[in-house]
Each structure stands twice: as structure tokens, then as C-alpha cells.
Ligand binder design. Structure first.
Ligand code: DGJ
Length: 746
């Protein structure tokens, strides 16, 4: 990897074996974008890529010249109100009412490694040789605002991480109205735009459309990244697919209001903007203050969507997630939520836990309802002390009982929220986010604590830390069950109210940081009514997240498939639940529920006492299977092979690092009569290894499996022989392929 500055042509070239990123200091001192894509040779001068021409209706920068217009140029950090009429990366309101700025190149430095972003989650390096960072200084002379643009290129993978820092070195306060993390101008719009969108219980469905002149965007204004849209987007060449072709993935490491937008202009350039949503954002930058934007990550892949996903998986698993649990196999858990909801006693919990232990479960998680007066969702949030009517000896007591059974104990919190019916609210009614004199909207009867205020975060920290210090809690599920409305902080002056959404998320990060550093061995799982805040920001603190409240196996195929575009399998919280399923009332076979949940953190969301003896037998086998293969399932290389968005079958697989073991998950939603003969071409195997197939009882070379394919035909292809079980709807299979020496198979 290298970052080179060519003085004579004023060109920066960042490159590694896979990608090149080229910028130029243009005639007007602004930074111009020349190229982002597959690695090309370095050379002194790429300025021929700066194409300008005289056009009707243009506005030009230099007197007497009718070619140099920012509208026609590809830029790195475009400003509002210049000769460029496209949406900008930066807009700054000044005391005279002007929003015009003119950021000119001043200097640059190249650092080994990657600087930390204070108070914000970001990718990191463990060793300076893993990355290099270019920091470019730009200055607007009139306001004295300095911007640093940070570009980190990693030694491996087509990754560029970007963010910007603002410094007010002038003598008047200004307001940042738009301060994006990344702006990228691409020279054409021959792309499909791929987004992960949906709703509660339908998170991260893959949606694809052609880029077209005008603006297309995904965003959130809810105060969290949201179920509706994930802070992630892909531009994919129409000819690219899962395995080949050019794609660029964009991901924002942020959990609050975001915007990802592409604007295609009249001259077919595509401008991508990624960052904090400017809607409602207004950050007052006083003299001598600075502001750091969240980090955005771009991944270029010439190997299609899977190539891009694998790069994101490695980066986010190894250099975004942190701490004790980062590289560890995740404990198999049993969560009581769908087993009992609010209706439990300590005795019942212990009964569930005992059965779980008997089956081999490693962690018992007590979900909502253990604290304050929380016997339904109208009361208790904010009172993080055990309800003695439910837990006679508090959290200490139940944790001890679970530990005695030989399992770890986990606990649910919803730290950011309060019910009016709580001691916390009765003592501090002014701690919630709301506008004085206006209606206070609720969500699930709860209100959002103003985490932009340090004393409130401190208070919640103290309550949580007390429990974690006294009781043996090994895992925390951190939930967040409503979006923010009437956003306003009573402690901030009028001209800082546009900061509240961002300050709120900084408060959430602060609490996470304090808890994870004080209790480094506690495993955190993020959650927001399922996947309402399943984003890279959360991954920095919590290496896994509850992917969705929808626990139906068929629904989960789409949710987990979409999630895998950006997020590693080790981060996807996935459990086996009861039938009929509580969200869609569907009956799926037990083996299919497990076959889907294996591709994630794995656990059970039910009372195992209610299963039949045969089912318990099956559960024990599932748990043994997961224990045996979870290191590969969670940390192997993941390939999507067949999309649930495109047909009746879904297929995905993981391959171990040494390619000696591959695990294929095959799923068919509806049964098919008299079906065709079917094969699936596998990926990522060693072509020369012979793989023993546990299910088909065959032995095939890797090249056979990757070219001829794995045969998945079953009895639906014809009449069911008397010695075979007929297939039903929601069928699934797991194929284990293990490399063997030739002739080993009996
Ligand atoms: C929403 C979560 O997604 C569920 O798993 C559960 O924890 C409930 N909240 C509890 O209120």
C-alpha cells in the first residue's frame, strides 16, 4: 500500500494491490476527484482526467474563462452555492447569513496507521503497517474554517475509509448545516443502486433499481439508523453479479440520522454523498471548537457482491468490532422473551434454564421484565433494580442459580428509555427529550432519555455498573424500542438544538464505551426492536446484534441474506423459536429453523420444556453440531449462492480458512411437485481437494463442485420411494463437505 503525492501535477495517488484512488489539487485550489477503481499504474500526471468545456448556461470561476466550472468537474468535497449546482458535501451558515465557502488546499500529511476518531466508532489498525492515512488540510479564508479530509487506505482489500474534521480558527461562530463524511463523484451512472430496506420484522431486504438522472437516497430521521433503511448502499455495474464484476459498497459507521444519496447530473456524473443526515442538523461551531464527522467506508470489488461483502466482513469483524469477544466463538444462548414474555417467575426461569443446560446451551438470557414495576410495557423502564417480587434475591440471586447450573447468565437492558410510571421519571420528569409546552409523543408507552446530557448518561451508567459489579452477568442485550420525536434538549440554547440528535448518539456511544471498558469480558448484543439499529456503529461496541424480531425461519432467509451484504455472520443474532411462529404464525420444521439460525450467533428463543422428547433429541444434536462447526460458520468465508429474493430456493455457504471444510445451507420455501433435477455451483473450494459429502455420501473434487455443481435434487423430483420421507414446504439441508485424502471414503 502506498500514498504518493506528485508535486509537479499536484496529484495524490492512494493504492494497494487492488485499488487506486486519485485526486488532484485543481486550479481554484479545491480538491478534484480523478479516479476510484481497480488498481492502475502510478504515474506523474493524471490531469488529463480533468475534463472541462464551454457549455451553455454554465457559471465559471475565473474572469475571462468559459471552461472552468465546478459543475463539470468531479470533486472531493464540494461546497454549497458555488458554480456547482449539485448537492454539496458541506454547507456552512455564517453570522452575516451567507452560506458560501471556498475551501482551498493548504497542506497534507501522510501518517502510518490510522488516527482514532474521538468519541466515535471507527475502523482501526493494530499495527501501523496495516494502513496509511492521508490528511489533507483545506481552508476557507473568509471564515477561518479549516477542514481536514482523512483518507485511510488499508494494506489489503479494496477499502478506503473517510471522514472530515472541522476546526473553527476564525473569530466568529458558524453553523455546520451539512458536513458529510464522504463525497465521491463517479464519471458515469451505469450502475444499479442496491439498498437494504424494509420495516420492523422485515429488515434489510435487498432492493435494486437503476441509477437515473436526479436524486436517489436512503436515510433516517428517527434518531437511530432504523429498520426502514440501513446506512449502506452498493453501486453495482448492471453486468456484475454475486461473483464477478465491478461493485462499490458504501457504509457509514454511525447509528443516528444518516443520509446516503446518489445524484446523477446532466452530464452523467454520479455524486455519492454519505454522512449525517443534513435534515434537522445544525451544529454550532464556536471559535476554537472542532467537529469530527462519523467515518464512511467504501469498498471496491472486481469480484462482484460476494467479493465486496467478504471485504466488509473481514474489516468489520477484525478491525471494527473490538475486545474480548471479537474473535471468540459465540455462546449458544436461550433467551426467555418468546418463551414467557412478561409472564415469568424466578422458578419458571430456572426451569427453562435447567432444560437448556440439559440440551447443551451455554448462556441463559433473562429478557425484559426483571426490574422495577415492569410487568408489562407500561411501567418500569429507567428503574434498573431487580423487582423483588419476581427475583427474590435480585440479579445476584438468579445469576448465581444459573451459574450453579453450569451456564453463563445474561441480562436485558433498555438504557436509553423511561416509562412515566417509574421512579426515574417521577424524580426527573425533565430528563426526557421533549419540547416544553408541546405534546410528548410516546412509542410503546415509553419516552427517550436525553442522552445528550452527561449527567443522565452518568446516572444510567451508575445503575448498570452497580448490577454488573454485584452480579455475575456475562452478557447484556441492549435494547432500544422507539424512535425519537420532538427532538429537543432542555440544557442546550436555541442555536444548538440542531445538535441534539447527534449529541444523543454520542451519549449512547459514551455509555457503551464506559461499560465495555469497565466490563471488558461482558458480551454485548445490540438490539432495537430487532434490527432497528443494526449498523456498523453498534458493531464497534457490541460484536453481535439481534437481527430482527421476526424469528420465522423463512422470513429470516431474506433478513439474513440482506444483512450479509455488509455484516459478518458472527454479528447476526439468530435463534430457533417455536411453531406456530409468533410473528407470521407459520409452522416450519425444527431442522429448518436451526439450519437458518446456524448462520449467525445461534440460540433458542423458546421454553425447551415444551418440546417433545424427539424434539429435545434433535435440539441436542443441533447444539452439538453448532459447537463443532461454529468457528467456521461464524468466522469462515461466506458466499451467497442463491437469493431468496429471486426464487423458491436459497443457498449460501461458508468455507474454512484452509478450505478443508465447507458448510452449505440449502433452503426451499415451497415444496415442488415433480421438480427438475437440480445443482448448485459452489464457490471458494480448493479445486484439487476431494470433498466427502456427509449427506449425499459422495466424494467430489472441488473443481467438480464448483463447475458441475452440488446435486440438490430430492424426492420432489418424482414419486417418493417407500423407504424415504416425503419433502414438505420449508425444507432445508445442511451439507458438510470435508476434504479427505483420496480413497479415504468408505
Ligand atoms: C424488542 C426486542 O427486539 C425483543 O427481542 C425483546 O427484547 C423485547 N424488545 C422486549 O421488550
Amino acid at each position: 500500500m502506498n500514498i504518493i503525492y506528485h508535486k509537479s501535477s499536484k496529484t495524490f495517488h492512494l493504492f494497494n494491490d487492488e485499488i487506486s484512488y486519485i485526486m488532484i489539487i485543481m486550479q481554484n485550489g479545491h480538491l478534484g476527484q480523478l479516479y476510484f477503481g481497480k488498481r492502475i499504474h502510478d504515474k506523474e500526471d493524471f490531469s488529463y482526467l480533468l475534463e472541462v468545456s464551454q457549455r451553455p448556461m454554465g457559471s465559471y470561476v475565473f474572469e475571462g474563462d468559459r471552461t472552468f466550472s465546478l459543475e463539470y468537474l468531479k470533486q472531493e468535497y464540494p461546497v454549497y452555492g458555488s458554480t456547482d449546482y449539485r448537492h454539496p458535501a458541506v454547507e456552512i451558515l455564517q453570522s452575516n447569513g451567507s452560506r458560501i465557502s471556498d475551501f482551498k488546499f493548504q497542506s497534507y500529511v501522510i501518517e502510518h496507521g490510522k488516527p482514532k476518531l474521538e468519541g466515535l466508532p471507527a475502523t482501526y489498525t493494530e499495527d501501523d503497517s496495516e494502513a496509511e492515512t492521508l490528511i489533507v488540510d483545506l481552508l476557507d479564508e473568509v471564515t477561518g474554517i479549516r477542514i481536514q479530509l482523512l483518507y485511510t487506505i488499508f494494506a489489503s482489500g479494496g477499502i478506503i475509509a473517510r471522514s472530515s474534521r472541522f476546526y473553527n480558527e476564525g473569530d466568529e461562530a458558524v453553523h455546520l448545516l451539512q458536513a458529510m463524511s464522504l463525497s465521491l463523484d463517479l464519471p458515469d451512472y451505469d450502475y444499479e443502486w442496491v439498498q437494504l430496506s424494509g420495516a420492523w420484522s422485515r429488515e434489510r431486504h435487498v432492493k435494486v433499481r437503476r441509477l437515473e438522472q436526479g436524486i436517489q437516497a436512503v436515510d433516517s430521521m428517527r434518531g437511530h439508523s432504523s429498520h426502514e433503511h440501513n446506512p449502506f448502499m452498493v453501486l453495482k455495474r448492471p453486468t456484475a453479479d454475486e461473483h464477478q464484476g465491478e461493485v462499490i459498497g458504501f457504509s457509514l459507521i454511525y447509528s443516528g440520522n444518516f443520509l446516503i444519496q446518489a445524484e446523477v447530473d446532466t452530464h452523467t456524473n454520479s455524486r455519492v454523498l454519505v454522512g449525517i443526515n443534513p435534515a434537522g442538523f445544525d451544529w454550532k461551531l464556536d471559535v476554537n471548537e472542532s467537529f469530527q464527522t462519523p467515518e464512511a467506508v467504501m469498498v471496491y470489488s472486481g469480484q462482484g457482491l460476494n467479493g465486496m461483502s467478504q471485504t466488509f466482513h473481514r474489516l468489520y469483524q477484525k478491525r471494527l468490532a473490538r475486545g474480548y469477544w471479537r474473535d471468540k466463538e459465540r455462546p449458544i444462548l436461550n433467551n426467555n422473551w418468546e418463551a414467557t414474555y412478561f409472564d415469568f417467575t424466578e422458578e419458571r426461569l430456572v426451569e427453562i434454564a435447567k432444560k437448556a443446560k440439559e440440551c447443551g446451551v451455554e448462556l441463559f438470557v433473562l429478557d425484559d421484565g426483571w426490574f422495577g414495576e415492569r410487568c408489562n410495557d407500561r411501567a418500569g423502564l429507567g428503574d434498573w433494580v431487580a423487582n423483588p417480587k419476581r427475583l427474590a434475591n435480585g440479579v445476584v440471586g438468579i445469576a448465581e442459580k444459573i451459574e450453579k447450573l453450569g451456564m453463563k447468565f445474561g441480562l436485558w437492558f433498555e438504557p436509553e428509555m423511561v416509562n412515566k410510571d417509574s421512579n426515574l421519571y417521577r424524580e426527573h420528569p425533565d430528563w426526557i427529550i421533549s419540547v416544553p409546552g408541546r405534546n410528548k409523543s410516546h412509542g410503546r408507552y415509553q419516552y427517550v432519555l436525553d442522552f445528550s446530557r452527561k449527567e443522565i448518561v452518568d446516572h444510567i451508567y451508575n445503575m448498570m455498573a452497580k448490577i454488573l459489579s454485584e452480579a455475575k452477568v456475562s452478557y447484556i442485550k441492549w435494547d432500544m424500542n422507539r424512535s425519537i420525536t420532538e427532538c429537543f434538549s432542555k440544557e442546550l440554547p436555541a442555536d444548538r438544538q440542531g445538535e441534539v440528535f447527534h449529541r444523543y448518539i454520542l451519549g449512547v456511544y459514551d455509555l457503551y464505551e464506559r461499560l465495555t471498558s469497565t466490563f471488558p469480558e461482558v458480551l454485548f448484543e445490540s438490539c432495537a426492536s430487532g434490527g432497528g439499529r443494526f449498523d456498523p456503529g453498534m458493531l464497534y461496541y457490541a460484536p453481535q446484534g439481534w437481527a430482527s424480531d421476526d424469528s420465522d425461519a423463512v422470513e429470516r432467509l431474506k433478513i439474513q441474506y440482506g444483512t450479509s451484504f455488509c455484516y459478518p455472520i458472527s454479528s447476526i443474532g439468530s435463534h430457533v423459536s417455536v411453531i406456530p411462529n409468533h410473528q407470521v404464525y407459520r409452522n416450519t420444521p425444527l431442522h429448518t429453523r436451526a439450519n437458518v439460525a446456524y448462520f449467525g450467533t445461534f440460540g433458542y428463543e423458546l421454553d425447551l420444556n415444551k418440546l417433545t422428547e424427539n424434539e429435545i433429541h434433535e435440539v441436542k444434536a443441533q447444539i452439538n453440531f453448532m459447537k463443532k462447526y461454529r468457528s467456521i460458520l461464524q468466522f469462515g468465508t461466506f458466499y451467497r449462492l442463491k437469493s431468496p429474493f429471486e426464487g423458491n430456493e436459497t443457498v449460501w455457504m461458508v468455507v474454512s480458512e484452509d478450505k478443508k471444510i465447507a458448510i452449505v445451507g440449502w433452503y426451499r420455501t415451497l415444496n415442488v411437485v415433480n421438480d427438475a433435477y437440480r445443482r448448485v455451483q459452489l464457490k471458494g473450494l480448493n479445486p484439487d481437494y476431494r470433498y466427502k459429502n456427509s449427506l449425499n455420501k459422495t466424494e467430489n473434487y472441488g473443481d467438480e463442485l464448483m463447475n458441475l455443481g452440488l446435486i440438490t435434487t430430492d424426492v420432489t423430483a418424482g414419486e417418493v420411494p417407500s423407504d424415504q420421507k416425503p419433502c414438505t414446504d420449508f425444507e432445508s439441508r445442511i451439507y458438510i463437505l470435508e476434504a479427505v485424502e483420496q480413497g479415504d471414503w468408505k
